[in-house]
Ligand binder design. Structure first.
Ligand code: ASP
Length: 348
């Protein structure tokens, strides 16, 4: 009898400790972290094949860090990420926090377009609660899969009170990165993310979270962008610049109805005469053209080598082309005013 009472007392206190842990909701979207291969030693696999419950069962330790629940949003490799899934994610996260369904959210996501999703959500989730995105480079069925550790670290960061008010974070290979600045820099290596202009915000190691620096961008204070499932976004294309490029891609994008263009220019957002003429013609038709750079780091400077005032272009500041496209899309859904759009690029 004494032993039964002792066991009951232990069970009650364990569940009391569990109930005091932060509530973390995991939203699964697919990616290699949910990838399944034919065998552990082969690299080939299908991204997004495993459901969220199977990902969680690989990391039982997670339940000591947080009260974790999972929800499947999509099951795609992130090369197939869509604006509709972004809208679904933003809407669901805002609903979770508005209804106090969880204290923090972790998103499992393929790595290919993780940096675009992280910035989209950074711009459209106004809550201070932590939102952390993670993924993996090796499939769940591979030898030494990195997904379980990344997921454990992501939940640890999300559950930490230190992570509140930091906007969307990417947690990967023990690094904590700002969702605005993080970029995928390796096709296959485990340390696939970095923030080329700012460096990591901190580190998660041995279940402990340490921040070293902070992001001063206004994106973490608030933005004017609101997203519902009905929000319509204009077509914004990215056009790559390279030696001796012809203007065909720009002209075709405009013919196809693009309302915005991001030019992945060379160096400080530069392009050749063919691009210059095609851009001038596009601007005259009302298309907003934003100069970004194909360089891995640095800012694109307004009115430097290119006369933006005369050409009618704006600049992406330090956003790479794919992140600049996200902001231009959200910006153009609000306004066509180029000065206002330029302000967005300098603020967020
Ligand atoms: N193609 C995969 C994806 O982005 C790669 C990964 O997750 O690492 O979904």
């Amino acid at each position: 009898m004494k032993n039964v009472l002792l066991i009951l007392a232990i069970l009650v206190s364990v569940s009391q400790i569990q109930a005091q842990l932060p509530r973390v909701k995991i939203l699964a979207t697919g990616g290699t972290i949910a990838g399944a291969g034919a065998s552990a030693e082969r690299a080939g696999y299908k991204a997004g094949a495993l459901p969220i419950d199977e990902l969680l069962s690989a990391v039982p330790q997670i339940h000591k860090v947080a009260q974790v629940t999972g929800e499947q949003i999509s099951s795609v490799g992130s090369q197939d990420m869509t604006i509709d899934i972004w809208k679904k994610l933003a809407t669901r996260i805002n609903q979770i926090f508005a209804n106090n369904e969880a204290d923090a959210v972790v998103i499992t996501h393929g790595t290919d377009t993780q940096e675009e999703t992280s910035y989209f959500l950074d711009l459209t989730v106004p809550f201070k609660n932590a939102v952390v995105i993670t993924g993996s480079m090796r499939p769940a069925t591979g030898i030494s899969a990195d997904g379980p550790k990344n997921l454990y670290d992501a939940v640890t960061v999300a559950a930490s009170p230190k992570s509140k008010g930091k906007g969307v974070l990417i947690v990967f290979n023990e690094g904590i990165y700002d969702g605005r600045d993080a970029v995928k820099v390796s096709t296959t290596k485990l340390n696939a993310f970095t923030s080329p202009n700012t460096g990591p915000l901190g580190q998660v190691y041995d279940g402990k979270v340490a921040y070293y620096t902070t992001n001063l961008r206004e994106v973490n204070v608030g933005t004017p962008f609101k997203v519902t499932s009905d929000t319509k976004f204009p077509k914004v294309d990215i056009i790559y610049m390279y030696a001796d490029a012809s203007s065909d891609l720009i002209n075709d994008a405009v013919k196809d109805g693009a309302k915005g263009l991001v030019i992945a220019g060379v160096g400080n957002g530069n392009f050749n005469k063919a691009y210059m003429d095609a851009i001038a013609a596009a601007v005259k038709k009302g298309v907003v053209v934003c100069r970004a750079s194909r360089c891995v780091s640095g800012r694109v400077v307004l009115e430097d080598e290119v006369n933006d005032k005369e050409l009618g272009t704006i600049v992406s500041d330090d956003l790479n082309p794919q992140k600049a496209r996200v902001l231009l899309m959200l910006g153009l859904a609000q306004t066509n005013d180029k000065d206002q759009l330029q302000k967005y690029f300098f603020s967020y």
